[in-house]
Design a protein around this ligand. Structure first.
Ligand code: PLP
Length: 373
C-alpha cells in the first residue's frame, strides 16, 4: 500500500473539543463537520466525538444534503443541520432523511410546503432560519427577519428549531463589525421574544467568536476549524489551547545521487548546488500537495528539516537531503511534529497565500485517513 497517509489524532480532537466545551460553559455545541470534517474524514471525527458520552456534541452541521445523508446513513443520533439552500431537487431527501434544512426566503417555505402537500405527509419538519446581519452571503436580512419568522411560525407543519447568524470578521479579536452584527442579531431576538414567537435555539458563534466574543454564545456555539486544532486566523486571542489533529506522513520512495548543477523535475526550476542525494516522496498535487509549494515546502526526515525541490508533480515530490544517510523506506513527515520540529497547515497556507482551512480540505481523497487513538 502507498505509504502516504493522513493521521487523525483522536486524542487531540477530543482535547480541542473538550477545551471548547469548558470555555463555553453551559451551552450546546453544534460541531461543524462539513467538507468531510474539514478533510479529516467525517466518520472518524463523528465516531471520536460521539465516544465522549454525555459531553458529545448536541448537533452536527454540514454544508450539503449529500453530507447530511452520509451522517444519517451512519446513524448519527444528533440532529443534523444543512447550511445549503433547499430546492425542489433536495426537498424530498431533507424530509426523508429527517435533516434540518436552513431556510430564509418565501421560496424556501414554498418548496417545503409544496412537497408536504404533494406527498400528503402529515409530518412536522424542523428548520433553522439563517439571519443575515452583515455577511451578505445567505440569510434573511435582519431588518426583515422578524416578519419572515412570524410568517413561518404560523405554518403548522414547520417547527422553527433554531435561528442563527454568521460572522464575517469574528476572527479579528475586538472586531467592531462583529459587535455590530451581534447588536443586529440581538435586535431580532428581542423583537421575537417581545412577541412571544418561539424560535428554538439561538446561535451564532463560529471558532473566532468562541475565542473572543462570549456575548455571542447564546444557546449554542458552532465550531469548525478549532475542533481540528487551528485558530481561524492570526488575529484572534489564544483563549483556547488547540492542537492540530491531522498530520500527513509518508516514506522515502527512491533515492538518487545527482551531480552539481543538474536540474530537478519538470521545467528545470531547481538546480543542485553540489553533488547531492535527491529522494522522492509519493505525494503530489493530486494528493493535495499544491504545485504552488514548489521549492517552498519542507519535510522532516529522521529529525531534520529538508527542502522540497523542483516542480511538484502529480504523484510525487522531490527532497534534497544532501549527503545525509537517508534510505528508501525512511519515515517522512510532510505536515506534523517530530520533537521540536513542526510543519503545520499554517506553514503551507502562508506559502500558498491561503488559510489552514483550505490546506486541510485540500488533502485529497487519495490520501487515506487513519485514526490514531
Ligand atoms: C455557516 C457556518 N457556520 C460555522 C462555520 C464554522 O466556522 P469556523 O470553522 O471558522 O469555526 C462555518 C465555516 O465556514 C460556516 O460556514
Amino acid at each position: 500500500m502507498r505509504p502516504t497517509k493522513a493521521l487523525i489524532n483522536a486524542v487531540n480532537l477530543k482535547k480541542n473539543y473538550l477545551n471548547i466545551r469548558e470555555k463555553v460553559g453551559n451551552v450546546k455545541i453544534m460541531a461543524v463537520v462539513k467538507a468531510d470534517a474539514y478533510g479529516h474524514n467525517v466518520k472518524l471525527v463523528v465516531q471520536t466525538l460521539n465516544s465522549l458520552g454525555n459531553k458529545k456534541p448536541d448537533y452536527y452541521a454540514v454544508a450539503t444534503i449529500e453530507e447530511g445523508i452520509e451522517l444519517k446513513k451512519i446513524k448519527v443520533p444528533q440532529p443534523v443541520v444543512i447550511f445549503d439552500l433547499i430546492d425542489e431537487d433536495s426537498v424530498n431527501d431533507i424530509i426523508e432523511f429527517d435533516l434540518i434544512t436552513t431556510i430564509f426566503t418565501d421560496r424556501h417555505i414554498k418548496v417545503l410546503t409544496d412537497e408536504l402537500k404533494r406527498t400528503k405527509s402529515k409530518r412536522k419538519v424542523k428548520v433553522h432560519v439563517n439571519i443575515d446581519t452583515g455577511m451578505r452571503r445567505l440569510g434573511v436580512d435582519y431588518q426583515e427577519a422578524f416578519e419572515f419568522i412570524k410568517r413561518l411560525s404560523r405554518i403548522k407543519q414547520i417547527i422553527i428549531d433554531g435561528i442563527y447568524t454568521h460572522f464575517a470578521t469574528s476572527d479579528e479579536a475586538g472586531s467592531k463589525f462583529t459587535k455590530l452584527q451581534i447588536k443586529r442579531f440581538d435586535s431580532v431576538i428581542k423583537k421575537l421574544r417581545d412577541n412571544k414567537i418561539n424560535v428554538g435555539l439561538v446561535y451564532s458563534a463560529n471558532s473566532g467568536a468562541i475565542l473572543d466574543f462570549p456575548e455571542a454564545y447564546y444557546d449554542m456555539v458552532r465550531p469548525g476549524i478549532s475542533l481540528y486544532g487551528y485558530y481561524p486566523s492570526l488575529k484572534t486571542s489564544k483563549e483556547l489551547k488547540l492542537s492540530p489533529v491531522m498530520s500527513v506522513i509518508s516514506k522515502v520512495g527512491s533515492v538518487k545521487i545527482v551531480d552539481k548543477g543538474e536540474s530537478i523535475s519538470y521545467g528545470r526550476k531547481y538546480f543542485t548546488k553540489r553533488k547531492t542525494k535527491i529522494v522522492t516522496i509519493p505525494m503530489g498535487y493530486a494528493d493535495g500537495f499544491s504545485r504552488n509549494l514548489t521549492n517552498k515546502a519542507k519535510a522532516i526526515i529522521k529529525g531534520k528539516l529538508y527542502d522540497q525541490v523542483g516542480i511538484v508533480t502529480m504523484d510525487r515530490v522531490m527532497i534534497d537531503v544532501g549527503t545525509d544517510n537517508i534510505k528508501v523506506g525512511d519515515d517522512v513527515i510532510l505536515i506534523g511534529k517530530n520533537g521540536k520540529l513542526a510543519i503545520d497547515a499554517w506553514d503551507w497556507s502562508r506559502k500558498l497565500n491561503t488559510i489552514p482551512y483550505e490546506v486541510l480540505c485540500g488533502i485529497s481523497k487519495r490520501v487515506p485517513r487513519v485514526l490514531v487513538k
